[in-house]
Design a protein around this ligand. Sequence first.
Ligand code: GLN
Length: 289
Amino acid sequence: MTETWTVLSLLNWAAPYLEKNGSSSPRLDAELLLAKVLDCQRLDLYLRFDKPLASSELASFKKLILERRQGVPVAYLLGEKEFWSLSFQVSPAVLVPRPETEHLVEASINFLEEKFPTGCGVLDLGTGCGNIILALAHQFSDRTGFSWLGIDSRPAALEVAALNARQLKLEEVSWLASDLFASLAPENSLFGLVVANPPYITSAEMAGLPPEVQREPAAALDGGLDGLDFYRRIANDARNFLRPGGGLIFEVGDGQAADVKKILASNGYSAISGLFDLARCERVVMGVN
Ligand code: GLN
């Protein structure tokens, strides 16, 4: 990179370079990373196509592109990811929030509006960066009857979640390091809603994950031999922590909905139902205690 590089010539170099190295969205990746280096919005790049870059900017961009080429997710390089129209800090300690998880948030909002409009306790298991519980707390921030708790087994994830709570000014959300319900006392914790996007990749699939997914914490992905370990544990234990009429709402992996419904049925839940995502995959499964 010795000639004078402009925004446009740099993007035209970086996008095919990332494409050759396996990115499925090379131009977008390059634009997001260049916008980070130039501290501007992605669309502002289009107004600055002819702007020459300083050598320090070039060096920063090249470093990011090399990391991206090695499979580091763009969200980790940017340090943030948008979810439910809110900006979440992310690091390699947490799973990068996925757009399909917004269906879980939507289903949870509908359930709360219908069953507990004036408030109840809400628990998010395996909260990661806190995206689900913080999106819900944000949605209901004008109502005082709710309490919000995010649980994760990994304190490093909870540090990211607590940081997000501060930045989103949602400090009413509490955090607890616990292996699912293990550190919760049932008598003082009855929830109206338990929500979870648990690890659901099968052990066999774990080895074949795309390189960028392999950069994410295995603990957030690995659902055991058939991918359903966490659904069984949560469905069983949640009965002791849900109010009568309280809901358990899961995100499930592709093709897992029928099995998860069976797990809910065998644990005695009623009103078991599923919701489809935009790719017509049955993505959310719920039951009532
Ligand atoms: N709750 C987070 C999410 O849905 C993390 C889930 C996880 O780590 N399995 O993005």
